[in-house]
Design a protein around this ligand. Sequence first.
Ligand code: TYM
Length: 342
Amino acid sequence: MQRARVLSGVQPTGALHLGNWLGAIRNWVHLQDSHDTFFCVVDLHAITVPHEPGQLAADTRKTAALYLACGIDPARSTVFVQSHVPAHSELAWLLNCVTPLNWLERMIQFKEKAIKQGDQVSVGLLDYPVLMAADILLYDADLVPVGEDQKQHLELARDIAQQRINARFGRKGADGEPIPVLKVPEPLILKEGARVMSLTDGRSKMSKSDPNEGSRITLLDPPELITKKIKRAKTDPVMGLEFGNPERPETDNLLGLYAILSGKGREVAAAECAAMGWGSFKPLLAEAAVEALRPVQQRYAELSADPAELDRVLAAGRERAQAVAQATLERTREALGFLARG
Ligand code: TYM
């Protein structure tokens, strides 16, 4: 039987943080045994906000190396760079022409980012979810493992596939049943880790673009820095830690991080910390974070010493991805009525 297909990606903008790891990459690792997995570094998405040309290639390599360091195994998964497979841009154009503008104007992430950029907002920033839909739809993905903040983009990808392509351009089989052009994907958002919050504000999510570096722990932060950031993390004057108190978002977040990073789970962590003060809890959390990241940092250092190996992985990934993506693109071109390329 054919395995269900998985596709996901992370932008190579700045250092990946605990939210990217716990909300996304960590879950990809488990899927490798049961699914046909594709993971791309979405460099075309990284230029939807102003970027440093001197930094893009290095950040792309770094992100790919972090995938591997986190446990993505190129023998079981296809790891590639989005811009190395031109079908992504080409399908995005086809999808652009059937996607209503007001669907994009509704996107929460666009509105949030647009406010920050004022009159410098690019067309690419608005169009970003259509490119993301192309990423997913090109691979006939069944499942897309992401954090909570990508849910709306996933719904958009589903609507584009279903309402704008399949309903309009799908054919009917001999039995009268519709033959879809594109597969309609499902999001996979796990409860734990799907929304890691900032260390300096428990009501906003941990993000690469927060100007305050103390708001996030990155996967390559050295142990002393992790400890320092946790020591400075915002707390409240209440004694004892608990889940689910809406008045204590920072507590919920830090206890949640401890539950995942220590591997103890929510129930055990909540019982252990129920009567604990911050002075005892913070060193515990810092140790759990340092220990959880230690193997990732070790593997990253090994990979960095062998850049040719990463090149090989990305070249092989590109070839595999290209074959799948091109077939979907040709199928879509045909459904839309383009002259065959011969
Ligand atoms: P990006 O690069 O912002 O984030 C990558 C992944 O990390 C998750 N994430 C979080 N999860 C929990 N807590 C947080 N604080 C947190 N911050 C980020 C995101 O949900 C995401 O899963 N548009 C996407 C990248 C993308 C993509 C795709 C994803 C492009 N094409 C196709 C899936 C499929 C993005 O900007 O993610």
